[in-house]
Design a protein around this ligand. Sequence first.
Ligand SMILES: Nc1ncnc2c1ncn2[C@@H]1O[C@H](COP(=O)(O)OP(=O)(O)OP(=O)(O)O)[C@@H](O)[C@H]1O
Length: 327
Amino acid sequence: MIQIEKLRKVYQARGRTVTAVDGVDLTVDAGTVHGVLGRSGAGKSTLLRCVNLLERPDSGRVVVDGRDLLALPGGELRRTRQRIGMIHQHFGLLSSRTVAGNVAFPLEVMGVPRAERTARVAELLDLVGLTEHAAAYPARISGGQKQRVGIARALAGRPNVLLSDEATSALDPETTASILELLRDLNRRLGLTILLITHEMDVVRRICDAASVMRDGRFTESGPVRDLLLRPGSELARGLFPLPPPDPRPGTTLVDVTFEGDGADRPFVSALARTHDIDVNIVGGSVEQAGGTRIGRLRIELPGDPAANAAPLDYLRSSGLVVEVRS
Ligand SMILES: Nc1ncnc2c1ncn2[C@@H]1O[C@H](COP(=O)(O)OP(=O)(O)OP(=O)(O)O)[C@@H](O)[C@H]1O
């Protein structure tokens, strides 16, 4: 479990002060995957690097598995940090070592005896599907395989927590999907808690249980993915279900309807048309699997202005749908 309280990190660079993380609170429950989403410069990397103290926060608290990192004495801090794995966008492999040698490296640093190390490396390579490539050098393997080596290496110290710094940003979509699947699988099999940062909506959709949207060092929204997607005005929902900017026609009402699970199969559009004897025009929409559930977003146009549509809008709301009037 990761608990971050009022975390703040300020950089001074060339006479300029940048507040990269500006009082962030975050709890990542044990065994869940949490994604922090945001544009370049939002403060995501700084936040992530504060969780294993690669960056030292100016103030706030970072508690990992019940240990307050900023209060730990040196030796204990080092041992605790060894139990926090990290993977990176550009893998960071040692080119002079084989795949097995790269995975063995942190075990050597930890002083694990040779026989135990060999067995552990074999176990880790099996876990990430790289047994056959144990003797290959990084230059000879694909980007996806390199990230698998990165993951095996990060798991060497049997961490409960894995930090992922844009781990799939350098990969093509197909390889991205397979790496995300591997991370999801490891999260489930090992009960691994994963905190990842990304600028890709799709990463959140595919593997995150919860997410935060970061801008200018702060979270603008944060919570379980399902809850965020069902919240009117959610940036995450708008990003995952892109609809064109609303362009209402005079004398009509443009409505965005978000629905979950069964709602995706319920013919609420035809029911609305029938119940209120109106023509409903579907302008756009999509249905996605996200946050462990199926969520859809549909933009519809009703005849008449919003004031004239009070009853149909009430009908949609009382059907358990999330309704946002865009005109
Ligand atoms: N070592 C540093 N010294 C000075 N300023 C820094 C340093 N590291 C980051 N910053 C600044 O802090 C802000 C947040 O940067 P950060 O890298 O955390 O954002 P990010 O969301 O991860 O973006 P990116 O994806 O581009 O890395 C930016 O304005 C950046 O220029």
